[in-house]
Design a protein around this ligand. Structure first.
Ligand SMILES: NC(=O)c1ccc[n+]([C@@H]2O[C@H](COP(=O)([O-])OP(=O)(O)OC[C@H]3O[C@@H](n4cnc5c(N)ncnc54)[C@H](OP(=O)(O)O)[C@@H]3O)[C@@H](O)[C@H]2O)c1
Length: 287
């Protein structure tokens, strides 16, 4: 079924990402917001107010729509898809999509089975604060996979809000998403580990962060300019075996996970170190 000029979008999951995208699309005038559906009336109303359009809904069958965005937490997507498949409002040819980074569009198989075209589009962005997310979405990379019919319909919507789309192989979404988790969420964890080590050395947290921040910014800039291999300095790059062993022990004495983080990341760094420095996996693992 061809999608009408101004399609209607039902949003299921009125959380951070869902309300942000719906607001951006409402602002473009390219979609008409239909249901803003969730589990709690107050949150659906808050999302509707943020979006500036839509009908908050908790119970009852959803109205027909051309586009269905399932923006619940990942674990709920399959269940919502199964429920929607039993909902007569969803018509053959409708587009159903989600924005999970870890799941592929095949989690929407129950909807595909009743004739919907399904896809996933994952924005590589944190929507922690929707107010900020909507003003900074322009330029966000979005990993897309799914049925060509579905992608063809939703691509212009993402393009209109400044997405930089690229294709991802459905089979490898977990690896793809792990990359995003490592670069974003685990960077936070890594900074926390570094701060705890500084505190363990008697440096207060504020001073520690003031000292580490330029180091981190400079390292990111070096990676950006010259790549990871050229940006690696420190004991692994130099092959300082004893320092590595001592620092694994020193961090482990603060907390086992700090020692393990240091050791495991040293193993990853080893892949970037010049082979002539003589450092081996055993030097790092044997500590
Ligand atoms: N946040 C990000 O930075 C980000 C970035 C990229 C992709 N994503 C993806 O976007 C999706 C949504 O993530 P989010 O961070 O926006 O989550 P979120 O803020 O936790 O919002 C999820 C929403 O779904 C609702 N919900 C939960 N179970 C439901 C159900 N069974 N039926 C209907 N509504 C339900 C929640 O309602 P309650 O308030 O009742 O719990 C909440 O409003 C996920 O697939 C995630 O992987 C998120």
């Amino acid at each position: 079924m061809p999608i009408p000029t101004i399609p209607t979008l039902n949003l299921i999951g009125p959380g951070r990402l869902g309300r942000s995208l719906a607001r951006l699309w409402h602002d473009t005038g390219l979609v008409q917001i239909g249901a803003v559906a969730g589990r709690h009336a107050k949150r659906c109303v808050a999302a509707r107010d943020f979006i500036g359009a839509g009908t908050p809904m908790v119970d009852g069958p959803l109205p027909p729509a051309d586009l269905w965005l399932i923006a619940t937490p990942d674990d709920a997507i399959a269940g919502v898809a199964t429920g929607l498949a039993a909902d007569t409002a969803l018509r053959t040819g409708d587009i159903a999509f989600h924005c999970s980074g870890a799941l592929a569009s095949d989690v929407l198989a129950p909807l595909q089975a009743i004739g919907a075209h399904t896809a996933s589009v994952h924005p590589l962005k944190s929507f922690a604060a929707p107010d900020t997310a909507i003003t900074s979405f322009d330029g966000t990379f979005c990993a897309c996979e799914g049925a060509p019919d579905a992608l063809q319909c939703i691509a212009p919507l993402f393009d209109a809000i400044g997405a930089r789309r690229f294709s991802i192989d459905a089979e490898h979404k977990l690896r793809y998403h792990a990359a995003a988790v490592l670069a974003c969420n685990h960077l936070v964890a890594l900074m926390e580990a570094a701060l705890r080590c500084m505190e363990g050395a008697g440096v207060d947290r504020d001073t520690a962060w003031s000292a580490l921040q330029p180091l981190v910014a400079g390292t990111l800039s070096n990676i950006d300019r010259n790549g990871t291999r050229a940006a690696l300095t420190g004991p692994v790059a130099r092959g300082d075996k004893q320092t590595i062993r001592d620092e694994i022990d020193a961090t482990r004495s603060l907390a086992p996970e700090l020692g393990e983080a240091y050791r495991v990341l040293s193993l990853v760094a080893l892949g970037l170190a010049p082979p002539e420095n003589g450092l081996t996996r055993d030097d790092i693992s044997a500590s």
